[in-house]
Write a protein of this length. Structure first.
Length: 452
């Protein structure tokens, strides 16, 4: 490394090592022995090395990452004045201590034979079902049985892949949601404790009925992430309205229309990470492109955007609206499917633009409205990339969305049991919202072939 840097005309500063002996060797043999390095630089490196034996480091603790993150969160919360520093430290100290107590009072580890045995039973039942299906087809001719057999043979690669890489992890996640599992040790069965901790719901069953219900937000950040995600649902109707408006413009038959459609659709195919990095440059409070435009046109100071508690979520909504080209394509397909005879009849009756929009276009687009509503809701409930790349959940947890908090629990804090429970709660919430939308669609979705 030293010789390479010298060949480029650069100074060589070796990377720090976790090994003290390696650090001292690099200091003495590479830095201090290099006659080309300035003496002031060597003195600065010596000062840095002299501080290493007494410098602060991450506490050696089984919950070291949680403690480290909570200290950072405390600074963030105190900087925005959400509470006094002492109150914030006391709250986070209580949360870290609760995590330590969880480890100390953990139940015995689960016998590995039990989950494998349960998996074997599921696989056995699946094989029995396949054999039963083959036997049920025994009344068919020999050719039909051979076709069925070859069908299962050709299906087997997909079926094995589905069991191993999808059904298997799904069942494992369901099992882990009832355990305390930190990846490094075997899971420990805790029943519904993970769900009770997340929801803050305590049920005391002392008789058949009535049960005693108590609710207390034992994990405030969980409910904060729920609220942040629910807030982002406002982006769904905004994206639908903007996408429909663009589609209405782009359905006109004018010159270069194909080029215009391509330009409006381009943001939808940009990878999420790339678009997040782009919008970081646009939304910077100081020197950002959007604030430069605002301050050059108006005598006001631009908003803080991603750096402000009240503006962080609207900033991400603005970014999502930029990608409305994906819904625009669907709207455009729906508009192209509407017969022009309806508009001709309305025009002969003297109907204007808005009469045709609300009495012809929107009623005939209701299947597309339903589709965009369902897919948009599912997409927003899983919002993650923007928080991961742009804000890290800040400022002061303002963009800690549900999926991002789930990710932190799983891969930063190794609380896989909690993360699995969150995943299943998200699945249930998504399923309920989808069923509500599908059920309500019977009253407002019009299909042209219904004859109604």
């Amino acid at each position: 490394q030293r010789d390479y840097n010298r060949s480029k005309g650069r100074m060589s500063v070796p990377s720090m090592s976790a090994n003290r002996i390696a650090n001292e060797a690099a200091l003495n043999q590479v830095i201090l022995a290099d006659p080309d390095l300035p003496q002031s630089f060597k003195e600065g490196i010596l000062t840095a090395f002299s501080l290493l034996p007494v410098s602060k480091f991450r506490p050696v603790s089984p919950v070291g990452q949680i403690l480290w993150d909570k200290q950072y969160y405390a600074i963030d919360q105190a900087s925005f004045g959400n509470a006094s520093p002492q109150d914030i430290l006391d709250r986070y100290t209580q949360e870290v201590n609760a995590e330590i107590e969880r480890l100390e009072n953990a139940p015995p580890e689960i016998d590995p034979a039990k989950p494998w045995g349960a998996l074997g039973i599921v696989v056995g039942l699946l094989l029995v079902y396949i054999l039963w299906s083959l036997k049920k087809q025994g009344s068919m001719g020999q050719v039909s049985r051979q076709e069925a057999l070859w069908g299962y043979i050709f299906l087997s690669p997909w079926l094995i892949g589905f069991i191993l890489f999808m059904a298997g992890p799904i069942l494992a996640s369901l099992f882990l949601s009832f355990t305390h599992y930190d990846v490094l040790h075997s899971p420990r069965w805790v029943g519904l404790e993970n769900y009770r901790e997340l929801l803050g719901l305590q049920v005391e069953v002392n008789s058949w009925l009535p049960w005693k219900w108590e609710w207390e937000a034992s994990d405030p950040l969980f409910w904060k992430s729920v609220w942040n995600t629910v807030y982002m649902l406002m982006a769904v109707p905004l994206m639908m309205i903007l996408g429909l408006g663009i589609a209405l413009l782009l359905q006109q038959e004018i010159r270069l229309m194909a080029t215009y459609r391509t330009l409006f659709y381009l943001p939808a195919i940009v990878p999420f990470v790339a678009s997040a990095v782009l919008w970081l440059f646009v939304l910077r409070p100081e020197g950002g492109l959007l604030n430069d435009v605002i301050e050059s046109l108006l005598p006001i100071k631009g908003p803080d955007w991603l750096a402000g508690q009240s503006t962080a979520k609207p900033s991400i909504v603005l970014m999502m609206l930029w990608g409305s080209g994906a819904t625009m394509i669907i709207w455009l397909a729906g508009l192209k499917g509407i017969s022009p005879h309806y508009y001709e009849s309305a025009r002969l009756d003297g109907a204007g633009f808005f009469r045709k929009l609300f009495h012809i276009t929107l009623p005939l687009l209701t299947p597309y409205i339903l589709y965009n509503l369902i897919m948009g809701t599912i997409g927003v409930l899983q919002i993650f990339t923007q928080a991961m790349v742009m804000t890290y959940g800040g400022p002061a947890d303002a963009t800690t969305f549900y999926a991002y908090y789930l990710f932190n629990n799983a891969f930063f804090w190794f609380r896989m049991g909690i993360a699995s429970a969150m995943a299943w709660l998200l699945l249930i919430a998504t399923l309920i919202l989808t069923l509500i939308q599908l059920r309500s669609s019977q009253d407002w979705v019009y299909y042209e072939g219904d004859g109604e």
